[in-house]
Design a protein around this ligand. Structure first.
Ligand code: VGL
Ligand code: ZN
Length: 228
């Protein structure tokens, strides 16, 4: 298969960035200069994803009123709306990336003029969806984005991933990218984690699954410039 790389920029949105984001990732905004450098390279396809929730989304602690529920901490069990036997334990978050609010906007520093497609995810209020490909249920899958079709239709071989957050949406997007058959790379300087102490463990888990971590100076990024 010929080398045909795509860049996927995950959820570089106001709510994941300081100073005002409701779910701000430490130093999240600082990656934008590196992401813009990646955008200046001749990737065959450049895609930005957006977490894009309805106000009544299942992942918001505010939608599970109980004195015990704390955003960032409480884990709840949710069932597949199409198959109650399939369950998943998931974290509650502050309200974030609500459709048509300023927090859902991509940050204005992002060089959006170089992005070919924007893919929205997380619109189904019944399921969490960290991955930009699909929700985590499998029996059956509940919600899928158009990302897999866009990449397969363009005959992409390699998916380079940047964005937020390394330990949630970047992680699960990378895992699904491997499952979709793409050679999958995460650009280390172009991502940040909600929990910085989790970075090493998440990197190891991703590497075990077949994801390669690369740096801006590494061969894997250099070869983009030579790939026409
Ligand atoms: C994300 C938590 C909740 C992310 C999205 O983009 O990493 N994290 N929703
Ligand atoms: Zn979310």
């Amino acid at each position: 298969m010929p080398f045909k790389p795509a860049l996927v920029i995950v959820d570089l949105q106001e709510d994941f960035c300081p100073p005002n984001g409701s779910l701000a990732v430490q130093d999240g905004r600082k990656i934008v200069s590196t992401v813009n450098k990646l955008l200046s390279l001749p990737f065959a396809l450049k895609i930005a994803t957006k977490d894009f929730h309805p106000q009544d989304h299942i992942s918001f602690a505010s939608n599970h009123p109980s004195p015990n529920n704390k955003p960032f901490e409480t884990m709840i069990t949710i069932s597949n709306p199409l198959n109650p036997e399939e369950t998943q334990i998931t974290r509650l978050w502050p309200d974030h990336c609500v459709q048509d609010t300023p927090g859902a906007e991509l940050i204005p520093e992002l060089d959006i003029g170089k992005v070919h497609h924007t893919v929205e995810k997380g619109q189904d209020k019944r399921v969490e969806m960290y991955s930009a490909f699909a929700d985590p249920f499998t029996k059956p899958v509940v919600s899928q984005s158009k990302l897999a079709d866009i990449l397969h239709d363009a005959e992409i071989s390699d998916v380079y991933i940047a964005g937020l957050a390394m330990d949630y949406c970047v992680k699960y997007t990378a895992l699904d990218s491997v499952k979709e058959g793409f050679n999958t790379l995460v650009v280390g300087e172009a991502t940040k984690a909600v929990d910085p102490t989790a970075v090493d463990e998440v990197q190891q888990e991703l590497e075990k699954a077949g994801v390669t971590f690369v740096s801006m100076e590494g061969e894997e990024v250099k070869k983009i410039s030579e790939s026409t």
